[in-house]
Design a protein around this ligand. Structure first.
Ligand SMILES: *Cc1c(COP(=O)(O)O)cnc(C)c1O
Length: 378
């Protein structure tokens, strides 16, 4: 069994993917070819924003978004302590200070009371200007946008949604990657919508910010003259090949993959719900996840390494996202970012365990995983 089986998807989609790859190669437009524009329009339409600007990867997307708003030295950017490194790496990379905020034990997403506490603390310290909140739709579940939005409005903060794992998730009818003033996603192969290499995108409704992002992604170019560089930027583009691959993949994602992965998650929840002390993912009312991961918390006092070893012996791969709170990462050691009060993150880092999940996982396989987890916990 594979943790995320990308081969099964390819077997199903290979005709259309291969055709599109061949088209790009014979067109010889490898950078900024027509498929890039077609994909950007399809993504913006799906997510429900005015603009989508594709770029090299999900990390660059966050950096481009921060640069477009001029976030930098002297700014505090509030980031969940429980996330992939990029969410905090990018604010630090533009010269701002990531201030890590605790998450909720049930949804793994930013805890709003911890956010407000951190903002007040930074204000009281008086050294940094509270500037932005980076929310993460962790494991595919949208963050608590109604309350986070009101906190951002109250303190005048930019809301940047890191939707690298959230693409396809929604609250009611509103989709992930449309909740931020500016939002980003990643097309890394294992994400809900993945390409065959690196890729990412920025989403916004703001025409001026969209134009800035386009400029920043291509060496700070002038809107109509590539060789007139009006600001410092970067070289971050989505390859035409990756865009061409994403077009049929987006169609499959919309037509059945998102639904299939939700069914897989529901089945896990049914099969595992009676295991004592095991915490299963929680779906708040009206929330819909894209299930980038199906993450459980093993009971108190369980040896997670032993559980993973037993699962592996039974042929079942598991992963731990994430083992270490952001504020404890070596890169932040001894800096302001290393100071954080995040007891929930500290605790869940020792308990989380991610089970294989993807749209092509079969019912029988889900049963085997559930059975083996039950045995491994015993
Ligand atoms: C994967 C991921 C990123 C980075 O995306 P890349 O395309 O790998 O650069 C950023 N944030 C989160 C939460 C992620 O999971």
């Amino acid at each position: 069994m594979e943790f995320r089986d990308l081969n099964r998807q390819y077997r199903k989609l290979h005709t259309s993917i291969n055709e599109r790859i061949a088209e790009v190669i014979s067109s010889a437009h490898f950078i900024s070819g027509e498929p890039v524009t077609i994909l950007e329009q399809a993504l913006a339409e799906y997510v429900g924003t005015r603009h989508c600007i594709s770029c090299g990867n999900g990390t660059d997307a966050i950096t481009i978004a921060l640069m477009a708003y001029g976030v930098g030295v002297g700014d505090a950017v509030f980031v969940p302590d429980f996330t992939f490194f990029s969410s905090g790496e990018c604010p630090a990379g533009v010269g701002a200070v990531p201030v890590f905020v605790d998450v909720r034990r049930d949804t793994y997403n930013m805890d709003v009371s911890s956010l407000e506490k951190a903002i007040e603390h930074v204000k009281a310290e008086g050294r940094l200007k509270p500037r932005a909140v980076v929310t993460v739709d962790l494991f595919g579940l949208p963050a608590e946008y109604d309350v986070i939005r009101s906190v951002c409005d109250r303190y005048g903060l930019l809301l940047l949604e890191d939707g690298a794992q959230g693409f396809g998730g929604r609250i009611g009818k509103q989709k992930c990657c449309s909740f931020g003033d500016i939002s980003t996603t990643s097309f890394f192969p294992a994400k809900p919508l993945g390409c065959y290499g690196d890729g990412g995108a920025v989403f916004t409704d703001d025409d001026k910010i969209a134009a800035l992002c386009r400029s920043i992604a291509v060496h700070g170019k002038n809107a109509d003259d590539k060789y007139d560089n009006v600001r410092l930027g970067m070289n971050s583009r989505l390859d035409t090949l990756q865009a061409a691959i994403l077009i049929p993949k987006l169609r499959a994602f919309r037509e059945y993959e998102l639904e299939a992965v939700n069914q897989a998650a529901e089945r896990y929840t049914e099969l595992l719900s009676d295991i004592e002390g095991l915490r299963l993912p929680v779906m708040p009312d009206g929330y819909y996840s894209s299930w980038a991961q199906y993450t459980v918390q093993i009971p108190d006092g369980t040896d997670r390494d032993a559980v993973q070893r037993r699962m592996k012996e039974a042929g079942i791969p598991t992963m731990v996202y994430y083992k270490k709170p952001m504020h404890r990462q070596g890169a932040f050691y001894g800096t302001r970012s290393g100071e954080a009060d995040c007891p929930v993150t500290e605790d869940i880092c020792d308990k989380v365990l991610c089970l294989p999940i993807h749209p092509y996982l079969e019912a029988g396989e889900i049963e085997v995983v559930a059975q083996e987890l039950r045995k491994a916990l015993w």
